[in-house]
Design a protein around this ligand. Structure first.
Ligand code: HEC
Length: 121
């Protein structure tokens, strides 16, 4: 039983690892010209920063169709093109962007907790 669980976990970890790798490759081809990951700038936002504040679902929606999502994200116009990507490719890109901030969940949680406390005052 224990062996089975270990095997399944290993399988999940390997497949996530593979999609992150594929996402990184797609990032280099399709996004790098506009989105940095090391704060060096570009026309679009830095993915390290974006990864902090956006959920995987939001990243997916925006990459799929920026032309109809930009208003929901608070932009007055969109300079990002709708890119010819398959759904699976966008999923891998999202896994890659999300992996840039491995402690995001923990940090957002503690941030929200703090916010709640200050609201009580
Ligand atoms: C031609 C430049 C360009 C390319 C290429 C590009 N983007 Fe963008 N992206 C932008 C700009 C500019 C914005 C800011 C909002 C806008 O103008 O649509 C943006 C915004 C975003 C956002 C929303 C960020 C936020 O503020 O919450 C996501 C997610 C995103 N891009 C993902 C991607 C992904 C993934 C790729 C590659 C597959 C990519 N972009 C390629 C220019 C680009």
């Amino acid at each position: 039983m224990k062996l089975k669980i270990t095997f399944i976990l290993l399988l999940i970890a390997t497949s996530l690892d593979a999609s992150i790798k594929d996402g990184k490759m797609l990032y280099d081809i399709h996004c790098k010209t506009c989105h940095s990951i090391d704060m060096t700038g570009g026309e679009g936002g830095d993915f390290n920063m974006i990864s902090y504040t956006k959920t995987k679902k939001e990243l997916f929606r925006y990459t799929l169709d920026p032309a109809s999502e930009y208003k929901n994200f608070g932009y007055v116009a969109s300079a990002m093109p709708n890119l010819p990507l398959r759904v699976e490719e966008i999923e891998n890109l999202v896994d890659y962007i999300d992996s840039l901030q491995p402690f995001k969940k923990w940090m957002t949680k503690s941030y929200k907790k703090k916010e709640k406390i200050s609201l009580k005052k």
